[in-house]
Design a protein around this ligand. Structure first.
Ligand code: NCD
Ligand code: ZN
Ligand code: ZN
Length: 344
């Protein structure tokens, strides 16, 4: 297959950041995706509907003219979030999920939840009002090996939440292990997962390919090849539980190429082409449309997009960096060729 026309896709997990990064991040995402679930881990975090409303306006103002793009906002769950915040969020019509970061788990997560059981009233309100819970699914306990933090999260946290709140919609974000696939498969249709392009294309060897590769460092960290293969199988399985969420996460070059570099991979510049490479690698291009354009929308109870987008097997060269007013971003596959291109 050398050409594929699919319904316009949505990205169900992206970091757009704010201020001087917005023109670039919004420019890239809106070139391919009709909508995106926008992560709330700004500094300070998006903890209220009011803050989300203001942030949404800044995103809308950054959309290049002539493009159709709808940011789907989220709230950042903290130890101080209340059931009243959830009601307000639901009534706003612009908030589509509440994001749980275990405190300290990842980039800008220091305001995250320290005691999830203390937030059970909030989860109850989310279940009642049909607001999905979006999870960064890793424990933060330093005694747990970094490669096991997702698996241990399933055992210590998520299995309990699923039992306690059987009707709560849950998205386990950016899954990286066969354990998560098994877990999500074993749950009801209320539990789904997003999968990133970079976790479909890389394994943990790519962190140390000829030297330390800071631009492959993300959280959850890349895993063994057998886990990557399990993610590929899930993505192409045709199960509506798995859908596209890039977790594209821009960090200024010098904050990644540093003695203590930030976690995050930037894929928004060529997200769909990277997913195409992964699906094509197992001869499953015919499964891409459901994964990218159908299953996520259904889970979030959104209408399917009406536009289309065309992928062609045509080489494109990724630039070494994207400059913006605050510096530069090194994109995924910087300086390399991709086999697929999106055609206007
Ligand atoms: C994300 C970021 O940079 O905001 N980083 C990452 O490594 N994935 C945060 C996140 O999604 O965990
Ligand atoms: Zn995360
Ligand atoms: Zn993320």
């Amino acid at each position: 297959m050398d050409e594929l026309v699919i319904r316009q896709p949505d990205d169900f997990h992206i970091h757009l950041r704010d201020d001087d990064m917005l023109p670039m991040s919004v420019g890239h995402v809106s070139a391919q995706f009709r909508r995106a679930i926008v992560m709330p881990n700004l500094r300070p975090p998006v903890v209220s509907t009011l803050i989300a409303t203001e942030y949404r306006k800044r995103i809308l103002a950054a959309i290049p003219s002539g493009r159709m793009f709808t940011p789907l906002m989220t709230l950042y769950l903290t130890d101080r979030t209340t059931p009243a915040d959830i009601l307000l969020a639901k009534e706003s019509g612009i908030i589509h999920g509440v994001k749980y970061y275990p405190a300290g788990a990842t980039t800008n997560s220091d305001s995250g939840v320290t005691d999830l059981e203390g937030r059970f009233k909030v989860l109850e309100a989310m279940m009642k009002h049909g607001v999905p819970l979006l999870l960064h699914g890793e424990v933060t306990n330093k005694e747990v090996d970094i490669f096991d933090r997702e698996k241990v999260f399933l055992e210590l946290v998520l299995s309990g939440v699923v039992k306690e709140f059987p009707d709560l919609k849950i998205v386990l974000e950016h899954i990286t292990t066969s354990d998560s696939v098994d877990f999500v498969d074993s749950c009801s249709d209320k539990v789904a997962a997003t999968i990133t392009a970079h976790h479909l294309l890389l394994n943990r060897g790519d962190l140390f390919d000829g030297g330390v590769r800071p631009h492959h460092y993300c959280l959850p960290i890349l895993k063994r090849e057998r886990h990557r293969l399990a993610l590929i199988r899930a993505a192409v399985s045709g199960s509506p539980k798995y859908f596209l969420g890039t977790d594209s996460a821009p960090h200024e070059r010098h904050t990644k190429e540093a003695s203590c570099g930030c976690a995050g991979v930037y894929t928004a510049h060529a997200a769909l082409e990277c997913y195409a490479a992964a699906f094509d690698s197992v001869g499953a291009m015919n499964k891409l449309e459901d994964f990218a354009s159908t299953f996520g929308a259904r889970f979030y109870e959104l209408p399917l997009n009406t536009g289309q987008i065309k992928l062609v097997r045509k080489e494109q060269k990724i630039p070494p960096e994207y400059g913006y007013s605050g510096g530069a971003i090194v994109p995924f596959r910087a300086g390399q060729n991709l086999d697929w291109s999106v055609e206007a």
